[in-house]
Design a protein around this ligand. Structure first.
Ligand SMILES: [Zn+2]
Length: 512
């Protein structure tokens, strides 16, 4: 099985500041014109076939009474399909990306090979062009499908952007698309095709291609490290394939020849390849879709891929907690007591709260490498979905300033997050008579916050830590520019936080 995550690499991206001319249109199958809501008549004069377009626009306005999106075919030899859309001023990134999802769908329905996008003066040109590129690339990324009648994807071969005077960062956009594509592709694979062993193989092949170091902590190694929380989840598996996969990116040597070997950033992801709920078995409705319970790990891996493609100058470790949550005679049970590798004993309360169990040891082991920042991603709690819906993801952390940075990056990237409180007194609910801490409670009240408080026990307070509860990991019909239900939410957020909001620098400042 090979992953088509390099798809976006093959589509050339170009830009020029001026509007397209006749010669450009000779190679263009579909052209998107993004105009300001109050576009004046004079605008059409700047286009080839301006008189024809102006006439169409007049007819359209007479019929509809207002500026509504419309399309037409140009009378040029190529028969270029033109789609005209009007945008309001001051749109948020999320709104721009959501609009771009619709534009991309309409454009690609005609199966064009070459697409042009022009954002006119009076619009947020660069942001809208970037949104259109992200949406076009996301919509042309193949996802796993086993339908014998699956419709072929649009064979897009080139995107030309017109209208931006400053350079668009195509490399950055493409890296984000590839990381997100990888995350969505893995998450959408059915559970019988992505068991922990398959996942490990795929990730190891990626590591080889991109020069990452690989270490796999299997059950025997985890037992030696006394990772009892992780092992409690894997012990019902009849195949010994679960474990903690560590992938390490190290930046290219600097000019002085020095090479950092210690990770500055650790990405940790929940990779439950299927979640039955365990002994506290899920109902049919709740179990449906549980092959997606590994999305957190896929987001961590997709982020690592994007950072590695961009050759960032800091070292990154990525920890994938790979396991299945099974039922069976060996399965862990309520009231069992297990001890994680940092010595914390845990009273099991509900076997469906397995995500926090594997993450507990994964976080503690990642912390031993002493990174400046740990970010973990997990489809962790239903409570977070109840609180935010699937439009936002919840974020938690041990540093308020970093939460503010992450929230701002959420707005800026269109992957919106909302911070929750996690004050120490929430721990009262997790007091146990038999162990240091309870795994969870049997009431669902604020389970997303209790889960974060639980995880907090496994991260030393001197390491900055952010926890992303991926309630927006699956949104029916797609979210922002992403057209599939599986969103791969988190890759764009993290790249924006690290590359545009200096998250790592903020995390490196000593804190008391
Ligand atoms: Zn579960």
């Amino acid at each position: 099985m090979s992953i088509p995550y390099r798809h976006a690499e093959k589509i050339p991206l170009n830009q020029q500041a001026k509007p397209p001319v006749e010669r450009d249109l000779a190679h263009c199958d579909a052209l998107l014109l993004i105009l300001p809501e109050n576009a004046g008549k004079g605008l059409w004069q700047t286009f080839p076939h301006g008189e024809f377009l102006a006439q169409r626009a007049r007819q359209r306005r007479a019929a509809m009474g207002s500026h509504l999106d419309w399309d037409t075919e140009l009378p040029n030899p190529r028969g270029t399909r033109v789609r005209v859309v009007y945008v309001k001023p001051g749109l948020s990134t999320f709104d721009q990306l959501s609009a771009a999802r619709g534009w991309a769908k309409q454009l690609l329905d005609g199966k064009p090979l070459r697409v042009g996008v022009y954002a006119a003066p009076g619009t947020a040109t660069s942001a809208l062009l970037e949104a259109a590129v992200l949406a076009l690339l996301a919509a042309s990324c193949p996802l796993p499908s086993r339908k014998s009648t699956a419709e072929p994807l649009c064979p897009l071969t080139r995107i030309d952007c017109y209208g931006a005077t400053e350079p668009l960062n195509f490399e950055r956009l493409r890296a984000q698309v590839q990381g997100n594509h990888l995350a969505r592709w893995l998450t959408q694979l059915p559970g019988n095709e992505l068991r922990p062993g398959d996942y490990r193989q795929l990730a190891s092949a990626l590591a080889k291609r991109h020069g990452w170091q690989v270490e796999f902590l299997n059950r025997a190694t985890l037992a030696r490290r006394k990772a009892g929380a992780f092992l409690a989840v894997t012990q019902a598996s009849h195949v010994d394939d679960g474990g903690l996969l560590r992938l390490s990116y190290r930046p290219p040597r600097s000019k002085s020849g020095s090479r950092s070997t210690k990770p500055k950033l650790a990405l940790v992801g929940k990779g439950i390849c299927f979640d039955t709920g365990g002994v506290n078995l899920k109902s049919a409705k709740s179990m449906h879709g549980m092959h997606e319970d590994m999305e957190g790990s896929a987001v961590a891996l997709g982020t690592l891929l994007a950072l590695s493609l961009l050759k960032v100058d800091f070292a990154v470790d990525c920890w994938l907690a790979l396991a299945e949550n099974h039922i069976g005679p060996q399965a862990y049970k309520p009231n069992d007591v297990v001890t994680a590798c940092n010595g914390t004993s845990i009273e099991i309360v509900h076997t469906d709260a397995e995500g926090r169990m594997v993450l507990a040891d994964a976080l503690a082991l990642a912390a031993r490498e002493n990174p400046a920042l740990i970010i973990d991603y997990a489809t962790l709690t239903g409570a977070c979905v109840y609180a935010l819906s699937t439009r936002y993801s919840g974020v938690f952390g041990n540093r308020d300033d970093l939460l503010a940075t992450l929230t701002a990056a959420g707005k800026h990237s269109g992957e919106r997050v909302w911070p929750f409180p996690m004050d120490a007194d929430f721990d009262d609910a997790l007091k146990s008579d038999s162990a240091d801490i309870k795994q969870c409670t049997l009431d669902s009240e604020a389970d997303h916050i209790l889960a974060a408080r639980f995880l907090n026990r496994f991260v030393p307070p001197d390491i900055a830590w952010l926890h992303v509860d991926l309630s927006a990991g699956n949104h029916k019909g797609g979210l922002a520019h992403i057209p599939s239900d599986v969103t791969g939410f988190g890759v764009g957020l993290t790249l924006t936080a690290l590359l545009e909001h200096d998250l790592l620098k903020a995390a490196s400042i000593p804190h008391d």
